[in-house]
Design a protein around this ligand. Sequence first.
Ligand code: UDP
Length: 289
Amino acid sequence: MKKIKVLNVDITPLTKEQLNGEIRGSLKGKRILISKVNSEFLLRSLKSEEFATTLEKFDLNVADGIGVLWAAKYLSLPFLSKKSRITNFKLLITIEAVCQMVYSGASLVFYPKYCRYPIPEAFRGVDMMHLMLDFAEKEKLSVYLFGAPKETLEKTVENIRNDFKNILIAGSRNGYDFKDEEIVKAINDSGAEIIFVALGSPQQEYWIRDNISKLNSIKIAVGEGGSFNFIAGTYKRAPRWMRTLAIEWLWRLFANKNTTTTEKSRISRVWKAVPVFIYQVVRFKLKNK
Ligand code: UDP
């Protein structure tokens, strides 16, 4: 499937149906690595070559969040002023880039369909995990959950068992104080076929990169971020109206404070995920015109 380059990441443009088909199809061949790319990932790909090359090893980099759809759309818009003969070309092209940013951004609220090309759909992290759990249940593939604090993980397992009656959970392990060899052995002993790794990014992508070749029975590995917290109920989802207006990031600013990691505060994360992100995407476009 053709990929769309957004900053330094190749995104696979998929609808939910295509995702299911793609996974089912690939399953017959090699094992599949899936990452869910949000605006923070895209920014990190600009700064860290290691992160960008790690994502190249993933088979499916799925768009997680409307910001990625917007960036793909915005970067795909051609500069009309390129064809003009006006001498102050640099100024003109900058004005055009800003205008494109404003109207493509506004379309997220007033006409969201506009940003559904070249990437047709965004998968919010936890929605995608539900999709994978549904897939696992139907295909009778056993799953392993790795990450999050112990209590969160236990509640996640309990809620998954309640929601997916026939799911095969091969095992689980919290994401703190672990040794790679010990986890790899536990996963291999469990015979799990799908692993969800929720260690936060980029740790989870690096963990998958470094350990996947040792996981004998694993057919699909997914980097999960905070999905376990949403399933456990320790993170709350934004209300539907906020999601519809594409302002879920505002919710992230005030809710779901992560007390379990030493990461920078949510405010700094949202600052990076919204204004810094927009600035960097515009800058990237102007640099690569
Ligand atoms: N986490 C973990 N081990 C660590 C660091 C983080 O298991 O060493 C877990 C953390 O408890 C949380 C998840 O990784 O459940 C990442 O959540 P976060 O909210 O940072 O993810 P995102 O906002 O990227 O979805």
